[in-house]
Structures are given as C-alpha cells and as structure tokens.
Design a binder for this molecule. Structure first.
Ligand SMILES: Nc1ncnc2c1ncn2[C@@H]1O[C@H](COP(=O)(O)OP(=O)(O)OP(=O)(O)O)[C@@H](O)[C@H]1O
Length: 96
C-alpha cells in the first residue's frame, strides 16, 4: 500500500491530489532537487480488468511527444516499485 510520508526511490509522497479510474495521483517531493511533482500511482490489480496497461503505454507515448504550456510534461516513468503490484509514473506537478 502507498501511504503519505512513504519514500519511493528519491520521491517522498505527500497528500493525494486526485483519483481517476486507474490511478491515484499524489503530491511528491524529489528529495534530491526539492522539486514537487505529481506522482501517478497505478494499482496493477485494477489494470488487468480494464486493459489499462495499453492505456498507460498510450498516455506515456502521447505525453512524451506533447510539449505545450497547458499540458503537463512527463518527467520520468518509473514502474513496479511498491510491493510488486503497484506501478508508478511520475509526471510534472501542475498547480491550478
Ligand atoms: N499533474 C497533475 N497535477 C495535479 N493534479 C493532478 C495531475 N494529474 C492528475 N491530477 C489529479 O488526479 C486526478 C486523476 O488523474 P487522471 O485523471 O490522470 O487519472 P487516471 O486514473 O489516469 O485517469 P482516467 O480516470 O481517465 O483513467 C485528476 O482528476 C486530478 O485531480
């Protein structure tokens, strides 16, 4: 389970920013640079039912090519980190 205050690699997880069908999005601080990011946490057990791996790959592919001030930038993709059933995708944190 992913909880507040938990360290995932160089990221320290903070509060939950939002939740979608396939992912929970948490605020995270890069403990090396001090920068804030949104970290998308994907539960593998929720993904197999919905063919989400395909959707995630498509989202990553799309975010990699899109560069626009109104679209969040993909910062890093980091998979299979927590307890073998959670995937993590780190995307640039957007304030709104
Ligand atoms: N970069 C971000 N910065 C701040 N909050 C974000 C960011 N990305 C997502 N969120 C929050 O998390 C919520 C869920 O994100 P998102 O809709 O991308 O999840 P998802 O599960 O991948 O989507 P879907 O429901 O379409 O499958 C958003 O509605 C928003 O509140």
């Amino acid at each position: 389970m992913v909880t507040k205050g938990m360290r995932v690699g160089k990221y320290e997880l903070g509060r939950t920013l939002g939740e979608g069908n396939s992912a929970k999005v948490k605020l995270a601080t890069d403990t090396v640079s001090g920068q804030s990011f949104a970290v998308k946490i994907i539960d593998k057990s929720r993904t197999s039912r919905l063919n989400v791996p395909f959707q995630i790959k498509r989202e990553i592919r799309t975010l990699k090519v899109l560069k626009h001030p109104n679209i969040v930038r993909l910062h890093e993709v980091n998979v299979s980190i927590v307890d073998g059933k959670t995937w993590i995708v780190v995307i640039e944190f957007l304030l709104w």
